[in-house]
Design a protein around this ligand. Structure first.
Ligand code: C2E
Ligand code: MG
Ligand code: MG
Length: 248
């Protein structure tokens, strides 16, 4: 509660890279808590507490507004257009009026809906799938893109995958980490790539620390320490300007 009131949260950004061109075509906003005594606290340590206490709603609203504001500020500064990806917690997604919260963040910032992507986990969308379909469709009609985060770790119904207006699958980093050495991980990751592509979705590999085999697999996009760790807004602006991963 104090962190919200005292504005102790900050967003860092990690580039989402097109593997064919090397262009940064999006960034993911990742929250950090700058605690006055404890220093930087990572989201894995406080997001679940925020979910349990319901504080995730005001925190999530702040993240949405701040991420949209930053994306529009980069746009106004003449940086190349990008998609801003924002993580949405299950509780936040299911709160009444979530669609209006998103619309409000877009209206206040002036950001085009097409520049916003919401990252949902399988846990979020598959639970009460029929109710969620309404929310997902409303967001989709607004022009907001949807992606499935940590794909492969939850339990997906492939039937819902077909019906949901989801444009991107993010292969969970647990399958990506040992791709080169573990034939089972290779099999799972490449199956997700071919399934996603057949369903006309974009497929992104998370947690890429070594690029090696991903291109060969036909994966569209990647994100990970191989390119960059999540960094401050200033650091991200420099990267957008310099495009350091571009295939020259
Ligand atoms: P996520 O959405 O799957 O985000 C990716 C996480 O993987 C980030 O951790 C990122 O720093 C980390 N990562 C990226 N590349 C690599 C890599 O090459 N190697 C390794 N080992 N890790 C990599 P982070 O920032 O600690 O966030 C953890 C999780 O917290 C996120 O997972 C997301 O579920 C949640 N989270 C972060 N920000 C928010 C937010 O604003 N709202 C909500 N609801 N959840 C958030
Ligand atoms: Mg994410
Ligand atoms: Mg993830």
């Amino acid at each position: 509660r104090r962190a919200l009131a005292q504005k102790e949260f900050v967003l860092h950004y990690q580039p989402l890279v097109n593997l064919e061109t090397g262009l940064i075509i999006g960034v993911e906003a990742l929250i950090r808590w700058l605690h006055p005594e404890l220093g930087v606290i990572m989201p894995d340590r406080f997001i679940h507490v925020a979910e349990e206490t319901g504080l995730i709603n005001p925190i999530g609203d702040w993240v949405l507004c701040e991420a949209c504001r930053q994306a529009q500020a980069w746009c106004d500064a003449g940086l190349p257009p990008i998609t801003m990806a924002v993580n949405v917690a299950p509780v936040q997604f299911r709160q009444a009026g979530f669609v209006e919260v998103v619309a409000g963040a877009l209206a206040t910032s002036g950001l085009d809906a097409n520049c916003l992507e919401l990252e949902l986990t399988e846990r979020t969308v598959m639970h009460d799938a029929d109710i969620n379909l309404g929310t997902l469709s409303a967001l989709h009609r607004m022009g907001v893109d949807l992606s499935l985060d940590d794909f492969g770790t939850g339990y997906s119904s492939l039937a819902y995958l077909k019906r949901f207006p989801v444009g991107k699958l993010k292969i969970d980093r647990s399958f990506v980490a040992d791709l080169e050495t573990d034939p089972d991980d290779w099999a799972i990751a490449s199956t997700i790539v071919s399934m996603g592509r057949s369903l006309r979705m974009t497929v992104l590999a998370e947690g890429v620390e070594r690029l090696a085999l991903l291109r060969k697999m036909g994966c569209d996009m990647a994100q990970g320490y191989h390119f960059s760790r999540p960094t401050s807004a200033e650091g991200m602006a420099d990267m957008l300007r310099d495009q350091p991963f571009m295939n020259r």
